[in-house]
Write a protein that binds this ligand. Structure first.
Ligand SMILES: *Cc1c(COP(=O)(O)O)cnc(C)c1O
Length: 308
């Protein structure tokens, strides 16, 4: 064994059976995952040495794989072992862990038939990623809802399969950043709020919580928020939410694996709850981290098995 081995501290990836430092993880330029965004992924997190709701993320990942008619050889338990192995190798206690299934490269060069592609799975982990920076979370997030770009229609690209089709989000993000907002949320063609790049959105009005029901990814953090509402005796409804209705909210919050339940204090010109996190948001946000100690949801990383 070398005295100084490769550096896994910035993350580790499992690529075709081998664990490599994150910087060395590569896919082919011919991969349809790259050339056609023909790829699905999921993101689970490790917080203080434990995976949170890993089986729920795996369920969603396998559903996404089926929706895209992908076929990867790894079983669920093999994937679980791979995730433990890469996090163990990195040594990370708080980590953003991605599972990816890609269409791959056609076995027949130049083929335009998706069935000729050799689908493949890979996975990688890096230090925990905050979708909203800790500074944004502390002061409350400001979102821009642009009027010149809409969320891609669910009839066109199924948003319930987590995907890399970010053309709409990226346009929104650029506009938001240029106008000094933190992030963006997109509406659909009917003016209903959908979601942002990597997060779902909720509103609270007169003590009732509402969140969009379609046109967005069904986030695991969204589900956790809905379950937390039930546990706290707060009414929570999944239904269409017009942007105009959200603008009348008492509180707005975002949910994401990359940070939990986060207060949104401004959308476009409108400021919510006097520019600070409202009571329902604060309660759910706190409970989210408390649930990271509930054995029902967590699985300790096996740091002893490093996949050698
Ligand atoms: C990942 C993601 C979310 C949030 O889902 P979580 O499972 O809670 O992390 C919401 N919207 C989009 C587009 C996403 O990619």
């Amino acid at each position: 064994m070398d005295a100084v081995g490769p550096d896994f501290s910035k993350g580790a990836a499992w690529m075709a059976g081998e664990i490599v430092p994150i910087a060395d993880a590569k896919i082919s330029v011919l991969d349809w995952g790259l050339t056609h965004s023909d790829i699905t992924y999921d993101v689970v997190h490790v917080w203080d040495g434990v995976f949170f709701r890993m089986d729920d993320y795996l369920d969603r990942f396998f559903e996404s794989i089926a929706k895209l008619h992908l076929d990867v050889p790894q079983t669920r338990s093999e994937m679980r072992e791979i995730l433990h192995a890469i996090v163990a190798r990195s040594g990370l206690q708080r980590s953003y862990v991605s599972l990816v299934a890609s269409r791959g490269v056609p076995g027949i060069p130049g083929s335009r038939d998706p069935r000729d592609c050799i689908n493949h799975f890979y996975a990688w982990c890096v230090p925990f990623v905050w979708v909203f920076t800790e500074e944004m979370v502390a002061r409350g997030v400001k979102l821009m809802v642009p009027d010149f770009v809409q969320r891609i229609a669910p009839e066109a690209v199924d948003p319930t399969a987590k995907n890399y089709h970010w053309g709409d989000f990226t346009q929104g993000l650029i506009a938001a950043k240029q106008a000094h907002y933190d992030n963006t949320v997109l509406v659909d063609t009917n003016g209903n709020v959908t979601e942002g790049p990597g997060f779902n959105i909720f509103m609270v009005k007169d003590g009732i919580v509402r969140t969009p029901r379609r046109g967005m990814l069904e986030g695991i953090t969204r589900r956790t928020a809905i379950e937390m509402c039930a546990a706290c005796g707060i009414e929570c409804v999944e239904e269409d939410v017009l942007l105009a209705e959200m603008m009348e909210a008492d509180e707005v919050f975002a949910t994401t694996t990359g940070g939990g339940v986060v207060a949104v204090v401004q959308m476009n010109e409108r400021v919510f709850s006097n520019g600070v996190a409202g009571p329902v948001t604060s309660q759910l946000s706190q409970l989210y981290w408390n649930w990271h100690e509930d054995p029902k949801f967590i699985q300790p990383v096996n740091y002893q098995v490093s996949g050698e």
